[in-house]
Each structure stands twice: as C-alpha cells, then as structure tokens.
Design a protein around this ligand. Sequence first.
Ligand SMILES: Cc1cc2nc3c(=O)[nH]c(=O)nc-3n(C[C@H](O)[C@H](O)[C@H](O)COP(=O)(O)OP(=O)(O)OC[C@H]3O[C@@H](n4cnc5c(N)ncnc54)[C@H](O)[C@@H]3O)c2cc1C
Length: 483
Amino acid sequence: MKQPYDVLIIGGGVVGSAIAREMSRYRLKIGVLEKNLDVCYETSGRNSGVVHGGFAYDRGSLKARLCVEGNQMMDQLSKELDFRFIRCGKVLVGNTEEDMETLKRTLKQGEDNGSKGLVIIDEKELHRLVPAVVGKFAMFSPNSGIVDPFNYTIALAENAHENGVDYYLDHEVKGISRQENGTWRVETEKGDFLTRWVVNSAGLGCGKISEMLEIKGYHVIGSKGDYIILDKRTGPLLPMPVYPVPSNTYMGIHVTNTTDGNVIIGPNAETVTDFSYYGVPQRNMDYLAESASDLWPCISKGDYIRNYSGILPKWVDDEGVIQDFKIEIRDEIAPHAINLVGIESPGLTAAVPIARYAIGLMKERETLEPNPNFNPVRKGIVRFAEQTKEEQARLIGENPDYGEVICRCEKVTRAEILQAIHNPLGVDTMAGIKYRTRSMMGRCQGGYCQMRIEQMIEEELGKKATEICYARQGSQILFGEVR
Ligand SMILES: Cc1cc2nc3c(=O)[nH]c(=O)nc-3n(C[C@H](O)[C@H](O)[C@H](O)COP(=O)(O)OP(=O)(O)OC[C@H]3O[C@@H](n4cnc5c(N)ncnc54)[C@H](O)[C@@H]3O)c2cc1C
C-alpha cells in the first residue's frame, strides 16, 4: 500500500495532466494513475490539434465558456510549457445561401460566447488567405489556432511531475471503494492506493469510473474519427485549417495544417462501442480524401504517409442527444470525488480551464494553501534542425551527440533521442520517443531509424529487445533472436 494521497487523478491525458499541474499550485500530495505506458496514447494524442475559437458550442454551455478561456490562455501556456502553438486562424467555407445563413448564425453564436474577431469574408479574401481552397465565401476566425497535442499533453504532465506530482504509468484502476473513515481505496493490479480525494478524468473510461464511484446513469457513446496524414510537401499549400459549414452535431471533414508542417485530413464520425479499436479501413480513407478534395483539391495518394484515428467520449441522454461537459461533485453519493464525464471536443483547447473549474468545486469544500515552490515553467527538448547554423555549431561543440543525425527525415540527432529516452516521466516506448522528438514521424515513418532507436533504448535503459513496446502493453516489435 502506497502512502495516502490528498488527491489521486485517474487518467493522465491532457485533462488529467492539466488537473495535476493546476493542483500542484497548492500544498497537496497528488498522484496520477494512467493505464497506458504514456500520457497521450488515447484521445489526447488522437485528434485534429485545433485550438477552437468557441463559436461551435451552444450559448451558455460549459463547452463554449471553457473553450473560449482555453483559447485565450494558449499563448501564455505555450510559452511557459514550451510546446508548439500557432494562432494561424481558421476558415469555415460555404457555397450556398443555406451555408451563408448557417455561417451567420454560427458567427452570432460565437460572438455571444465571447469569441473575438469573427467575420464573413468573400471569395477574393478567402483566396487571399488560403489560395488553394475552393469556395464562394467563408467565416474567418482569426483567433483559432493549431497545437502539438502530444507535446502539449507531455508538457503539462512533466511540469506537474516537476512540481511534485507522482505519475504511475501502466496502472489501470480496477475498483474504487470508500473506507469507513471517508478515504477512498483505489485498486490497481500493482497495488492499492488510499486518497482523500479522487478525480475521474479517464476520458473514454469516464463511464466505468463513474460506476465505480457509485455515480450511475451516464450513457457514454464513442464517436470514432479517422485521419490521413500527408507529407510535409503539402504543408505550404495550407496556411490554416479549412472546415466545411458545420451541422448541429458535427464539424465535418476538414483539412488541417499541423504545427510541424504536415496536413491532416479528417475526421469522419462513426458511432462505436469498442473503445480500443483504432484501425482505419481503406474505404474510410477514400471517403475522407473524396470529401476533403471538394474544399482543398491538393490531395494525392502519393503524399499519404500514415493514418490514425481517435474516439470521442460523448455523453448522451435517453433520446441520444449529446450533452455538455459534466464536471461535478456529488456530495450525497460520492463526497470528495470530482467526476468528469463526456469530455469530448473541445477538451484539448479547454483542458486548463476544465482543470481550474474542477479545482473551483474542490475549493468550495476545503481551503487550499498555495504551494510556494510551484514553478510554472518547463523546458522541452531543443530541436537541433530548427537552430541557426551558429547555434548548431555551438551545440555540437558542447555535446558531440548533436553531430549525429539518427532520424534523417526529420533530422533528429542522437542528443535529442537520448534526452527523450531519459524523459522525466520514465516513458520507455518507441512512441514515447517519437512524440517527444518527431523521430519516426517523417516521410519514411521510421524505416531508417526505428531499429537504431530501439537499440539506443536497450543500451540506455538496460532493457532486453523483447521488452520494448511500440506504444501499448503487448506491442513489442521484436519477439526473439533469429541467429
Ligand atoms: C477525432 C477527434 C478530434 C478532436 N479534435 C479536437 C480539436 O481539434 N480540438 C480540441 O480542442 N479537441 C479535440 N478533440 C477532443 C480532445 O482530444 C479531447 O477532448 C481530449 O483529448 C480529452 O482529454 P482527456 O484527458 O479527457 O482524455 P484522454 O486523452 O483519453 O485521457 C484519459 C486517460 O485516462 C486513461 N484511463 C482510462 N481508464 C483508466 C483506468 N481505468 N485507469 C487508469 N487510467 C485510465 C486513458 O488511458 C487515458 O490516457 C478531438 C477528439 C477526437 C477523438
């Protein structure tokens, strides 16, 4: 049995890690239990990476309010935590009178929600902003942006950890019970934990954790969206995300630039009950490319480098209507438990305001003392390829490992891979290195460097080749010796 915690957070995605970081501003002993081997293997690493403006959500909803707040604080967060965020703007493109009516309604809703600078633009202005787009007019949102979802999540987690939060990766919560003295016992296969407060930020697992807390009745469905990633060659053709006119419940298949210069196409929206299947069928890729080509006719199969998918946890009522974020403390059933349900889009944009809202509920029930040692600043791994020639020479002079390029496509050096292998959270998977450095994310997708990186993990961490997982438990890439 581990020492008792003040707070145990279940789920270390962007929301759980934002809660961990925000709570580390106070004198609290905090732990995060994460079932995967890293913090961004579920929805937080499987999305469009768009920092939304807040115009797409119902007036007065938590989604709208926390999205606008999250959008406004993203510049400061990215500076403090050293992750990529670009306020590039975004367009919603229309062609018909009906589209125009929808865009005007969306703009009004956005203004009511506090989204600034929204404007309807004509075809000429649309082509000035995004020359390759097809459409007659658009709504332009200058404050929308794009973020690196992996490093944003990792940065929050690392900063929380640097401020004293314990991360337990590979710890799946299997049961929760309340002791007679009011503390919670949280069960995992690696031992039980005691805590005064428990937080359910389990993403797709929110329904199960709610049930464990005896908070019944939440019906959570999955909405799966697939994506295609295009080669960086296409990046210059897309300066900002291009969306179609939205429906009430779905933003539509869009094309989005990424903070590293790729383009992603997607997502579709398929209701699913299996929350662990992330395959992308060929027919869905064909459908994505066909739909997105109507907006942005620059899609060619020769530029496909990878696909991926993500699943949104949508909380629905008995009629199947999608509900707002639920962030609650049910004192009568589960006192000292903060329950988050249905944190779907815009959960990435809104993660820090969601965390602050959750802490606000806690503060209504107990006084929290500030942590005088809290440090909001975290430094990421310096990208050698993006430094000036002089800076590169200086880095190589200081550390010759900067002189050896391991990933040729993304020009990632041995020094960067070594820093990633020795990351603060102790993540030791191939994907862990990939998300921290961009190695294996280029045109060849690791064909050249993957085995060299695998060997470096073996050497640095004293692991056997057969122990090293690609991402999830059981995803070993080597099973034995052939000679
Ligand atoms: C296709 C798609 C596109 C999206 N696009 C955007 C976008 O452009 N902008 C935006 O703002 N938002 C977007 N979102 C939404 C956003 O990604 C999510 O709202 C956000 O990532 C939710 O974060 P989370 O931490 O709640 O969930 P997760 O990242 O899923 O984290 C929950 C964690 O809990 C862990 N867990 C679950 N059960 C247990 C258990 N029993 N024990 C221990 N750990 C457990 C999981 O392993 C997981 O790591 C998109 C989502 C999808 C699917």
